[in-house]
Design a protein around this ligand. Structure first.
Ligand SMILES: [Mg+2]
Length: 248
């Protein structure tokens, strides 16, 4: 049976274009040009995945998603936005959106994201290695609340051991780990798990500009972040990383 997708955007030209593309790929496509219309469709008919613009007149995408969840709690929504309004993106993700795509995006990216969501999407397996145990626990809880699986480690050697015991999609790594430096931990884990992507974090603003971190940032599958950061910001980043990683 072909998957049923609901496309929601107030830009009708855009909607028509992507509708054609999805139909060519064998999807059954429903469309709505407003949040209100989308909510009504989800109420009336089963839908496998919703791709929804955030900024629309009247009810915006996030509000529509919240309404949909009231009667379809498991509804899977990919949000799209041309505006980087962090607060809105954060809200979308904390409400449980599967992903937020920034417009303009390649159709290919949208396709793969939709397919990944239909296949069950992230959760990814995340290894969190940070010397701050409280931070580890908090982040671990936050990740699990978003459907990720998370394992934590506070010492360098412990992180390497855990990476030897299970396979991970993402490594969230404190650069300054005790007993074994974060970068050494990164190298050792990467040897065992070459496909793993990494978010390397530091609490030191100067370090962000250091040669080591700049070199690391240039590698594919590595991002760097400075503490303190919002947990939703990290979740957003992880979603990108997990989708990219799954798409090879
Ligand atoms: Mg719009």
């Amino acid at each position: 049976m072909s998957p049923r997708i609901l496309l929601v955007d107030d830009n009708e030209d855009f909607l028509d274009n992507i509708k054609d593309v999805f139909e060519d790929e064998g999807y059954e496509v429903l469309t709505a040009t407003s949040g209100e219309g989308a909510v009504q469709l989800v109420k009336d008919r089963p839908v496998d995945v919703v791709v929804m613009d955030i900024k629309m007149p009247g009810m915006n995408g996030v509000e529509a998603f919240i309404e949909m969840k009231k009667f379809k709690p498991g509804v899977k929504v990919i949000m799209c936005t041309a505006y980087i309004v962090e607060a809105t993106i954060r809200r979308a993700l904390s409400e449980g959106a599967q992903a937020v795509l920034n417009k303009p995006f390649e159709m290919e990216v949208l396709f793969r994201t939709v397919e990944t969501v239909l296949e069950g999407g992230p959760p990814c397996n995340v290894l969190v290695a940070d010397r701050d145990e409280e931070f580890c626990n908090r982040l671990g809880q936050c990740l699990r609340a978003h459907g990720y699986q998370a394992v934590t480690a506070v010492y360098g050697p412990e992180a390497v051991t855990k990476a030897g015991e299970a396979s991970f999609d993402v490594l969230v790594l404190d650069k300054g780990l005790p007993l074994l430096d974060g970068l050494e931990v990164y190298d050792r884990i990467k040897k065992m798990q070459p496909n793993l992507v990494a978010a390397i974090i530091t609490g030191n603003a100067h370090e962000m500009d250091s040669r080591t971190l700049r070199d690391l940032r240039r590698k594919p599958g590595v991002v760097t972040m400075k503490k303190p950061f919002d947990e939703t910001e990290l979740i957003h980043l992880l979603q990108d990383l997990c989708f990219t990683e799954r798409q090879g």
